[in-house]
Write a protein that binds this ligand. Structure first.
Ligand code: ASN
Length: 299
């Protein structure tokens, strides 16, 4: 049959979305509709180009992540999530990594008054719940794709950034992912390699209360998150330390001056998640209309 493979991947995607939504609603989360245009967005200090639309005399960024909206939203509801479309104009060469699309969706969630530890435990439960839903409901699809899903148990192993670097070198993610036998947490990133909104550990200056989860089998990063800086003075100091322009982050600073609660959360990329669950060579296969850096698209 034509499009059998594409249909199987779409079915798995649909089960992932449904199972994740089920799980989070049962855990007391409220779903927020996504924000696609914003006066301020995630700085993402790596090589991402700006994507801006001018309208009504204002510049609107296409959202790179809903991080600041999440921090604001937990003032209203204790636990929120959104399936958030993100546009990140990465370098054209990244089209070949197998892991990058310049338009993708992340399941972005945030919990008021939560610690990193609580969010990591939630991430493990979510990951295992969705994996079991796919195993149970997508038998035919997995078989067609030639994918045998392994089984894991929480808690997942954990390494610090420093340990990973000592073991595998500066660019450790890929090697760590290849050698891992289960999803593995990387914690305690140093302040200079992450964004200003990840909270610095008050007892260990220079170390952040953040984390990544890395897939096994070489599939690379699954999710990123952490506790957040929420006090205006600390946010401003971190913005300045990064050499960013505080004026550009005025909306966030104003919100923080009004009062942002402490929170923690993470974002997990849907296309990468499905790529892993289906065992696909490139994340492009997850979308019918993929936006691959450097490539045109018919539709
Ligand atoms: N979603 C991530 C977080 O919650 C941020 C990101 O996508 N850069 O920390």
């Amino acid at each position: 049959m034509a499009y059998e493979r594409e249909a199987a991947i779409l079915e798995v995607t649909s089960v992932v979305l449904g199972a994740a939504r089920d799980f989070l609603c049962r855990e007391g989360f409220v779903e927020l509709l996504p924000v696609m245009l914003a006066p301020v967005t995630d700085p993402l200090r790596h090589t991402t180009d700006r994507a801006i639309l001018e309208a009504y005399g204002t510049s609107w960024h296409l959202t790179r992540s809903m991080i600041f909206h999440k921090q604001a939203a937990v003032r209203v509801c204790r636990r929120i999530f959104s399936f958030s479309p993100n546009v990140r104009l990465e370098p054209a060469e990244w089209g070949k990594t197998g892991r990058h699309l310049f338009e993708f969706v992340q399941l972005d969630l945030e919990l008021r008054d939560a610690t990193r530890q609580e969010v990591m435990a939630l991430g493990e439960r979510l990951f295992l719940y969705v994996m079991e839903a796919v195993r149970a409901r997508c038998k035919g699809e997995l078989e067609l794709l030639g994918r045998r899903l392994p089984s894991f148990q929480a808690p997942f192993p954990k390494v610090t950034y420093q340990q990973a670097k000592e073991r595998y070198g500066e660019d450790f993610e890929q090697k760590l992912s290849q050698e891992a036998e289960a999803p593995v947490w990387v914690v305690d990133f140093p302040i200079e390699v992450r964004e200003f909104y990840d909270r610095e550990d008050p007892t260990r200056p220079g170390i952040l209360l953040d984390m990544d989860l890395v897939y096994p089998e070489g599939y690379g990063e699954a999710l990123s998150g952490g506790e957040r800086e929420h006090e205006p003075g600390r946010i401003l100091a971190r913005i300045e330390r990064q050499g960013l322009d505080p004026k550009a982050y005025r909306p966030l600073l104003s919100l923080a001056e009004e009062g942002l609660p402490p929170s923690a959360g993470f974002g997990i990329g849907i296309e990468r998640w499905v790529r892993y669950l289906c065992g696909l060579a490139h994340v492009r296969e997850v979308r019918l209309f993929p936006r691959v850096p450097g490539e045109p698209s018919l539709l």
